[in-house]
Design a protein around this ligand. Structure first.
Ligand SMILES: Cc1ncc(COP(=O)(O)O)c(C=O)c1O
Length: 390
């Protein structure tokens, strides 16, 4: 019997974090206590000045349609922020505001990648990259991130796997799920590889750019000749604890921005108006709150890394950015998914198997440390006790 669904739906993937969250919620409903280390969102509240700006905007009439590419004040604030931090000229016409940063991934691939094209992307990496590449009928080419190289892009692999068909290279620094950070030299190697290729774009996912614990964030768009080839993806979800607001953006050449805006017109019409005004306050207002959040993440990173390394069978590198650890669990003798299920059902700790981030994630788990120190300690005790039972 023919399916009611279009053929292309067979190629669309998903983000397992939401599935594990649903399983954990079901267990909680049965009365089980679960520590949530599966979902990637700050546990802090959105700073008060940002909430107040949204309320003010609501009462000032920001309750209607606005331009598809974003409200001019926000596009300008984003352009200035990116110009200042990346040290490149950016005009408001090169900014597209979207409901969350995720649509930029979808739109960039939809707009620029043809069936049969090849897309290099990090693996383990954010699962939506591979999902959308498959969805448009292109060929995903997963680039391994070796643990011994601090989870950086395997450049030798990239060199060998760039072909005439390569249309896009996706990079993510700091990286979800590994916490790996690409340095200027790493970015330079990628830039050099495509120096003579005007047909290749880089989608640079910089959503964790301000959550860096050692060194500083570098954007590939800052390298000579790269601004024109780069689509920067960024947003407010992580650094301002605004995941539920749905506010993100892309920065790219004007011709690309026009196409993304057209995709916005075809899908969402525009991003919520009062939310955008809150975004202006987020960027232009005081920055103490996000700085405090990063300091707290740094403290939790110590607790979780030290704690995991004390558990028999687990070794854990210190992530250099974002708020995830990606411990190696091969010495437990269990596969990632099996261990993830065991920890949820037996220990009441929700984590993600490394394979939720692609095939090279086997042998690892991802734990988010966007949770209180007390909860992290509770989780560590439970994991340790559960592994001793094996
Ligand atoms: C690497 C990466 N990019 C993009 C996003 C999406 O962000 P948003 O919630 O703003 O759509 C996430 C969220 O988890 C992420 O981890």
């Amino acid at each position: 019997m023919s399916s009611i669904f279009a053929k292309r739906m067979e190629t669309l993937g998903t983000e397992t974090a939401f599935e594990v969250l649903a399983k954990a919620k079901a267990l909680e409903k049965q009365g089980k206590d679960v520590v949530h280390l599966e979902i990637g969102e700050p546990d802090f509240d959105t700073p008060k000045n940002i909430k107040e700006a949204a309320v003010k905007a609501l009462y000032a009439g920001y309750t209607h349609y606005v331009p598809s590419a974003g409200i001019p004040e926000l596009r300008e604030a984003i352009a200035n922020h990116i110009a200042e931090t990346r040290k490149i000229p950016v005009s408001p016409e090169e900014v597209v505001v979207t409901p969350g940063a995720k649509p930029i991934m979808f739109f960039a691939i939809m707009a620029c990648v043809n069936p049969g094209d090849e897309v290099l992307y990090p693996n383990p990496g954010f699962p939506i990259y591979e999902s959308v590449v498959n969805f448009v009928g292109a060929k995903p080419v997963p680039v391994p991130l070796p643990e011994e190289k601090d989870f950086k892009f395997d450049i030798e692999f990239v060199k060998k796997n760039i072909t005439k068909k390569t249309k896009m290279i996706i990079i993510n620094s700091p990286e979800n799920p590994t916490g790996g950070v690409l340095e200027r030299e790493d970015l330079k190697v990628i830039a050099d590889l495509i120096a003579n290729r005007d047909d290749v774009l880089v989608l640079s996912d910089e959503i964790y750019d301000r959550i860096v614990y050692e060194g500083k964030h570098e954007s590939i768009a800052s390298l000579p000749g790269m601004k024109e080839k780069t689509i920067i993806l960024n947003g407010f979800s992580k650094i301002y604890a605004m995941t539920g607001w749905r506010l993100g953006y892309g920065v790219m050449r004007k011709d690309l921005a026009l196409k993304m805006a057209q995709l916005m017109t075809n899908t969402n019409s525009c991003t919520s108006a009062f939310t955008q005004m809150a975004g202006v306050e987020a960027l232009k207002g005081p920055q103490e709150e996000p700085a405090k959040m990063v300091a707290e993440f740094r403290r939790r990173r110590e607790v979780i890394v030290d704690g995991l390394n004390k558990i028999e069978g687990i070794t854990c590198r210190k992530p250099r950015g974002a708020f995830y650890v990606f411990p190696n669990i091969t010495r437990t003798g269990m596969e990632s998914r099996e261990l993830g299920d065991y920890l949820l059902n037996d220990a009441g700790v929700a984590v993600l198997p490394g394979t939720s981030f692609g095939k090279y994630g086997e042998g690892y788990l991802r734990l988010s440390f966007a949770n209180s120190v007390a909860n992290i300690q509770k989780a560590l005790e439970r994991i340790s006790a559960a592994l001793k039972k094996l």
